[in-house]
Design a protein around this ligand. Sequence first.
Ligand code: ZN
Length: 485
Amino acid sequence: MNLPWFLRATRAYYFPARSVPVLLGTAPAAGIPGHPHRFDSITFLLALAAVPLPLRAYNRDQCALACAGAPDLWIAVCPVVYSARTRVGYNHSADANPPRPCPREEENPPMRFARSRRFLIPAVVLLCFALTVSGCHVFHPAAKVAAAPKPLPPAKPLPLDLAKVQPNEAGVVPILEYHDLVKGTKVTGYQYPAEAFRKDITWLYAHNYRPVSLSDYVNAKIDCPPGTSPVILTFDDALRGQFSYGPDGKVDPDCAIGILEAFHAQHADWPLRGTFFVLTDGDPKLPPAFYQKASSQAKMEALVRDGFEIGNHTIHHRLGIRHWPDSQVQAEFAGAVANIHKLLPSYHVQTLALPFGVYPSNRKLVVSGQSGSQAYHNICALLAGAGPAPSPMATEFKPYRLPRIIPGNEKFALRYWMDYLQANKEEKYVSDGDPNTFTVSLAEKGSLNAARLHNAHLFLRTYSGTQIVSDGTAPPPASVSAAKK
Ligand SMILES: [Zn+2]
């Protein structure tokens, strides 16, 4: 966009002043990379309060200095003010020379300056107001550059025939919540037949689902083949039926890991992915992770080596967390990380499943906190049960309130939701095969969070019927209306 001459001429000159408002806490106005840049009413008031600063400066250097303490707007407005002042009788040569004694007193009769100020203040106020109403993106070329996406390889051509498969990366993703796997056929409480689990993944595979990791889903880096749908497997409580060694030292073929490894051996395009929300023996009343203390560490190491993730499930697995003080909540979350580190010293724990789906009263503690020297930060928090989770780019995606689906045949359990998504295929997430590009039908475009797509440096490809509308060669504009992150 062509800027007015005075902005072009002074943009570079005033740029260093940009760092100061950051320090002063006016970051939103200063064009922080990735921040949804917007000229809001608070900035307007701050700018208004700073009106006298450049008016009192004696030359351009001092004008810039005065502006440095003001909101970023002044980086644009200051030259206008200064320029106007020079026209009403200021010292034109002051910029080229060392600072002189006050030129206002030296060269400008007091009456003349007073007249100019009477003219300038309403003019600047009007300008501030106009910028507030219109937004100030035109005055932030540097901010735009800073927020621009990193260079990515151009989006690949869509590897799908739209006449046969229509990708929908705005669709829902099932996150399955398993507990113990047992012999027999009866589903009781948290126990689920191993054979039923085997049937579940066989059915999922046959219906084009492929497992992805929870962190890849949350980070919107879903990488599954074109035309397939992601599914996320989670296992809570580190129970015996999830990972068990037999007397011969081999993995029990009827535990979850035994079943998944055997399935992967037969179907290479079913990768080993899943998250184990473990309970370690941090609570002496609870059994060790996976119930075989001698092999707890070897199992944790094997899980990570194979491509699974380990998540936080607290130390004590108690219901009363909602009534606990902040310090106790943080000790619970941080302590669970510390206990995982006893078995996996360098592992980065970044996912949390809340026991029973119960939050502490201070919900911010779910995101991050610290207890003693142990800090924690979670990229997501999972609930217990409910239904499929939104696309990570959907406007309704809430990473700290992710619903899961329990296995079984009852209402709102796995069978119910799988049947539902088969009958309502347009609601299901269907991958385009390219983790850097989000492909949706034109009708679904509005359901995506454009600002999040932009900030994640993802491309957006749209189609209508069998025709590509936008080929995804450019990232989507960060829509102001979609600036909710
Ligand atoms: Zn649990």
